[in-house]
Design a protein around this ligand. Structure first.
Ligand code: NAD
Length: 415
């Protein structure tokens, strides 16, 4: 082992090696990499257990005993509160920063009152600015649309700004009175202190780095188009500016490989076409004309809505993976799109596919392509066998209902 290892108060560092990040921001994966995991709340422990079992099986299937993941448990949410007496221990951030790659289950966020979202805090504190969510259909997976195979998109959702920044004041508080008075005095805006107020920051640097990441992905994956999705007709200086800055990136930095629609009249030749769409019509067109869309770059809240809407078209959030990535520091945190689904907690019932597919993204990112392919192939075969969890079972004719853990075993059997 080359690099020195920190010691933590609660986190046990396993035998293994740190994943270093190269100058290109990509991981240089050793044969026994230490990878952090957060089990998560609600259904988190069930889906993590099923996923970890399968990840270990797939790595052994591909590499025998020459490669193996050294899993390192890190704490956040309810388990962190039990183990560390704190929902969001500082050493969790330290461990992810030091070991660079981690995967997590969902974490609970109270609505209206209580602490801020731990998921949002993790993304912001680690500056994981790109939330990457591929959405594609697997044969045999039940879908509410006629032609789910037409959906093959990857969403790049800005992850650190927008209304998610958490700059909000509660109606009726001295803070709301103060902000309303300031806005009235400085801008002539008629607001009362009995109004909840929030800020929507969208910066040039934040928008440009996200669009840059989407374009680089489109180039690497040989995709045909990037669509900037925004609500810039209404929010001109935030959403509208996101669109403007996006096109500036195309023209200033990528003109050899990409071209804006306005600069080629919709005929990009062999370059990547960059177009834009207003968020509301986009939500219609992903249903009516999904083939028009490929890579999507969008602001934070739009990206949240779009991820779930698109996931529904290919089988729901039980099968929607994701990654939160900073392409400069190389820190990446993989996680499912869905939440903690508390009513299904500890029932060994839900679909672990979202977390398994987040693992597929992680193994691709680590350069363990064989594992990613083995997992994808085995998942596809298992859906084809109609051996599925309750969410798919209720929509499939003649399917076999499996528990969460049984589904993982069935996939392992198809490796
Ligand atoms: P949710 O995604 O947890 O669940 C909504 C519904 O989707 C569930 O009732 C269930 O029917 C279905 N579902 C979700 N995951 C599934 C799976 N793996 N298999 C099958 N069906 C599944 O959304 P919610 O109920 O709005 O949120 C619950 C909690 O999760 C909240 O505290 C919320 O803040 C949190 N949340 C966390 C994350 C995250 O950790 N990244 C993301 C979204 C929501």
């Amino acid at each position: 082992m080359g690099a020195t290892m920190s010691t933590f108060q609660h986190i046990q560092v396993p035998q293994g090696e740190k994943i270093a990040i190269g100058a290109d921001g990509l991981p240089d994966t050793p044969s026994k990499p230490i990878i952090g995991f957060i089990e998560g709340d609600g259904i988190g422990p069930d889906i993590w257990k099923a996923s970890k079992f399968l990840f270990d099986k797939a790595v052994a299937h591909c590499y025998g005993d020459t490669r193996k993941v050294a899993w390192m448990e890190i704490y956040a949410g309810e388990k962190a509160n039990k183990v560390c007496g704190n929902y969001f221990p500082e050493e969790t951030l330290d461990a992810i920063r030091e070991y660079n790659i981690a995967i997590k289950g969902p974490l609970t966020t109270p609505v209206g009152e209580g602490f801020r979202s731990l998921n949002v805090s993790l993304r912001q504190e680690l500056d994981l600015y790109a939330c990457v969510r591929p959405v594609r259909h697997f044969e045999a997976v039940p879908s509410p649309v006629v032609n789910p195979d037409a959906v093959d998109m990857t969403i790049f959702r800005e992850n650190t700004e927008d209304v998610y920044a958490g700059y909000e004041v509660k109606a009726g508080t001295p803070e709301a009175e103060k902000l309303a008075a300031f806005c009235a005095q400085e801008f002539g805006w008629e607001l009362s202190g009995h109004t909840g107020l929030g800020l929507k920051p969208v910066s040039e640097a934040g928008s440009k780095r996200l669009v840059r990441a989407a374009l680089r992905y489109a180039i690497a994956q040989k995709r045909k188009s990037v669509t900037l999705v925004h609500k810039g007709n209404i929010m001109k200086y935030t959403e509208g500016a996101f669109r403007k800055w996006g096109y500036e990136v195309v023209r200033d930095e990528f003109s050899d490989v990409a071209v804006a629609w306005a600069d080629c009249n919709g005929d990009p030749g062999d370059k990547i076409l960059v177009q834009d769409a207003i968020a509301d019509i986009f939500l219609q067109q992903i249903l009516t004309r999904p083939k028009n869309f490929d890579v999507i770059a969008t602001t934070n809240l739009n990206g949240d809505y779009m991820s779930d809407a698109l996931a529904a078209q290919v089988g729901g959030i039980g099968i929607a993976p994701g990654a939160n990535i900073n392409y400069e520091t190389g820190v990446a945190l993989f996680e499912a799109t869905h939440g903690t689904a508390p009513k299904y907690a500890d029932l060994d019932k839900v679909n672990p596919s979202s977390l398994i597919l987040s693992g597929v993204m992680m193994f691709e990112h680590l350069g363990w392509q064989e594992v990613a392919e083995a997992l994808t192939g085995a998942l596809t075969k298992t859906y084809g066998d109609k051996r599925v969890t309750y969410d798919f079972h209720r929509l499939m004719q003649g399917a076999t209902l499996l528990k969460c853990s049984e589904f993982a075993e069935a996939v392992a059997g198809n490796l």
